[in-house]
Design a protein around this ligand. Structure first.
Ligand code: SF4
Length: 471
């Protein structure tokens, strides 16, 4: 391609909030912007474009975005008048009108389903100076997947849309979105409204992307979706894919786990209701799948689970835990828990505490319930008072912290394989990585071990991390 037709070099500053799907979406947008001759910068002060990729899951999400936009306005006035601002992600999708009304410094607004339109929106805005927006749930993934993967800088300069996450970033761990949206409609969750119904990317394109990222130096890949277990069901339904009896996600995981060069393959989020025995058995088959899974249960009481529409009972959940622990008793499991879901009694909350004890989670993500506009649970009358939720959350976190600490202390004296992810920015020679069970390990080393799978003896531990000594 003639370099003279490339747009002039520009800088983009990206802030990503929320889940790993947003991380993967940001990488996709970075890939699109790199094709437009943007490079990444670490501060908004020198950015031509500031991109906020927002999350709507937590409380006061809109307020947080508006407050950040207020600060960006100050930065723009003081240091960087050329700054353009794009707001993407779930808050853009759910609260776009409000954001546009309240923050006049938004230049571009786009929902998670319209990522591929980012370059077009920027071009339109550059031409007429008007605010440009695109919201809705069209699949971006499929559009990209019609194209070959770019694998080098020269390829990125070709006049094609870059593949979702193949960027020039050289990181040990990378995230790939395998599907967008969700069909489950759990009664507390806003995702089906902000990301739409589930649309899966073609399997071959995901496998190609895993290969490309591994060839580019990635050692660990995480396959991301709102519910990875139902990946590809839409493709099968539409006659676009023929899957084995174990299903398309089994097929994808089985294929990706055996690709040469992949040290670790992870996936999130796996909804327990359709997590199957054959999927669990893949942990036995592939060492690359590690010994860790995130299996969000949300509550430890059947009536609460029913009201949440989680389609799983506590007994069924424990059955899945047993499949995994039968394969490896050391299988680490983490979960998400909501405290104070409408109508939750003290006895029902006790069920959650009992479940946490029974499973012995390696860690939990626990939150107080907060109603989301448009969801079924927001209309439930019996909301739990704030002080009751706070007290329950405190008890739950205390229990979880004590379990995590006990498990970490029990690691002392063990020898573990650790994939080293990065070197400390504060102290040279201090590296951080994760064991197969996803426990964080600090290692001192004179040689650079980033990206290496190393063997360490665990010599110290606390609530958050282990200390390992290279063997
Ligand atoms: S499975 Fe439930 S909680 Fe997860 S994204 Fe879908 S609706 Fe939300």
């Amino acid at each position: 391609m003639d370099i003279s037709v490339l747009p002039s070099p520009k800088k983009v500053y990206i802030e990503t909030w929320g889940c790993q799907m947003n991380v993967a979406d940001s990488e996709q947008m970075l890939g699109l912007l790199q094709a437009q001759n943007y490079s990444q910068t670490a501060t908004p002060e020198d950015a031509d474009l500031v991109l906020l990729n927002t999350c709507h899951i937590r409380e006061k999400a809109t307020h947080k975005v508006l407050s950040r936009l207020g600060r960006l306005r100050e930065i723009s006035l003081e240091h960087n008048p050329r700054m353009k601002i794009a707001v993407a992600g779930c808050v853009a999708q759910a609260e776009g009108k409000k954001l546009m009304e309240k923050a006049s410094n938004i230049d571009i607004l786009l929902g998670p389903g319209k990522i591929s339109e980012l370059p077009g929106l920027l071009a339109t805005h550059a031409l007429d100076g008007k605010r440009a927006m695109s919201l809705g749930f069209e699949s971006t993934a499929r559009k990209h997947d019609d194209h070959e993967l770019p694998s080098t800088r020269t390829d990125i300069e070709m006049p094609i849309v870059p593949n979702p996450t193949v960027t020039m970033k050289e990181e040990v761990t990378r995230f790939i979105n395998i599907a967008q949206g969700c069909d489950n409609f759990c009664t507390f969750c806003v995702v089906p409204f902000t990301r739409g119904r589930e649309i899966s990317r073609p399997l071959e394109s995901i496998v190609s992307e895993v290969k490309a990222l591994v060839a580019g130096g990635a050692k660990e890949i995480t396959l991301c979706g709102q519910n990875v277990n139902s990946y590809g069901d839409d493709l099968v339904r539409d006659g676009k894919h023929v899957a084995p009896p174990e299903g398309p996600f089994f097929e994808l995981l089985d294929r990706a786990a055996q690709l040469p060069g992949i040290e670790r393959l992870r996936f999130t989020t796996s909804n327990p209701h359709d997590f199957t025995r054959p999927l669990a058995e893949l942990f036995r088959k592939h060492a690359s799948l590690g010994r860790y899974i995130h299996l969000p249960v949300q509550a430890g009481n059947d009536e609460v689970l029913e009201r949440m529409k989680r389609k799983v009972t506590v007994a069924e959940y424990m059955e899945r835990v047993k499949w995994l622990r039968d394969i490896d008793p050391e299988m680490a499991i983490s979960t998400d828990l909501i405290v104070g879901f409408p109508g939750e009694t003290e006895e029902q909350f006790q069920g959650t505490l009992d479940l946490v004890e029974a499973v012995q989670y390696s860690f939990i993500y626990a939150f107080k319930y907060s109603p989301r506009k448009g969801t079924a649970a927001a209309r439930f009358r019996d909301q739990v008072p704030e002080d009751v939720m706070s007290e329950r959350l405190h008890r739950l976190q205390a229990l979880s912290n004590s379990l995590t600490t006990q498990q970490n202390l029990a690691e002392i004296g063990r020898r573990r394989q650790v994939l080293c992810h990065y070197e400390s920015r504060k102290e040279a020679g201090v590296f951080y990585g994760r064991t197969q069970q996803f426990r964080l390990v600090m290692i001192r080393s004179e040689r650079n071990i980033v990206g290496k799978m190393v063997e360490v003896d665990i010599v110290e531990a606390n609530k958050t991390a282990l200390v390992g000594v290279l063997v």
